[in-house]
Design a protein around this ligand. Structure first.
Ligand SMILES: O=C(O)CCC(=O)C(=O)O
Ligand SMILES: [Fe+2]
Length: 207
């Protein structure tokens, strides 16, 4: 039974404007951004965004057929991780950093439901830079429910409970002229075991 509302908490301006400005500039210049290839319906294509996987050495993450070995913690991001963990009442050991350079960069429908995240993961998503639409829809086909937030500079969205079991989420492309956006999603991997990977359809564009 799908809850009609996903278990998400949105906090506008979790970071002050100055904190957000400084962290955005730091992320854009200091992180080793890479555009990864993913396997999509048997073809190798470049992901429509740049990423950095960061965290504890054993937080190896398998996503769309690729193993991501984390780069060591950046001091500023680790400080944010500690603050978010305290405020969310949980612990995190890793963060997926996403860079959307323009409106054609996106993230397809997916759930963060890898087995190593556990059944009801708490995922804290901190956004910096230009606001983008974050859209959720039920996993069940034919259910027209939609929820969305505009995630702007310094905003926090925390997903918990059964959100990943029952809902898919993504960042649609936009024809608007938008500048760079950085999104940091803090997670806790429960073990170093490798998952089966998420479905290849994970990267179908969000409509
Ligand atoms: O960029 C966002 O807000 C979403 C990121 C996301 O869903 C993910 O990293 O799994
Ligand atoms: Fe996600």
């Amino acid at each position: 039974m799908v809850n009609s509302v996903p278990d998400c908490d949105f906090t506008a301006d979790y970071l002050t404007a100055t904190e957000a400005d400084n962290l955005l500039a730091h992320c854009l210049t200091a992180l080793p951004w890479q555009q990864e290839d993913i396997l999509l319906f048997g073809r190798t294509v470049a992901q429509p965004r740049l990423q950095v996987w960061m965290g504890e050495p054993d937080a190896v993450y398998r996503y769309s057929g690729t193993d991501f070995v984390p780069v060591p913690w950046d001091a500023q991001i680790r400080a944010l991780c500690t603050r978010l963990a305290r405020d969310c009442g949980t612990r995190f050991n890793s963060v997926l950093c996403n860079l959307y350079q323009h409106g054609q960069h996106s993230m397809g429908w997916h759930a963060d439901d890898e087995p190593e995240l556990g059944p009801e993961p708490v995922i804290a998503s901190l956004s910096l830079g230009h606001a983008r639409r974050f859209v959720l829809r039920p996993r069940a086909k034919g259910n027209p429910d939609r929820h969305e937030w505009s995630l702007g500079h310094g905003d926090l969205l925390v997903m918990r409970g059964q959100t990943q079991q029952h809902w898919l989420h993504g960042i649609p492309k936009t024809r608007r002229a938008v500048g760079p956006r950085v999104n940091l999603t803090f997670r806790r991997l429960l073990g170093a075991e490798v998952s089966a990977g998420r479905a290849e359809s994970a990267e179908i564009d969000v409509g």
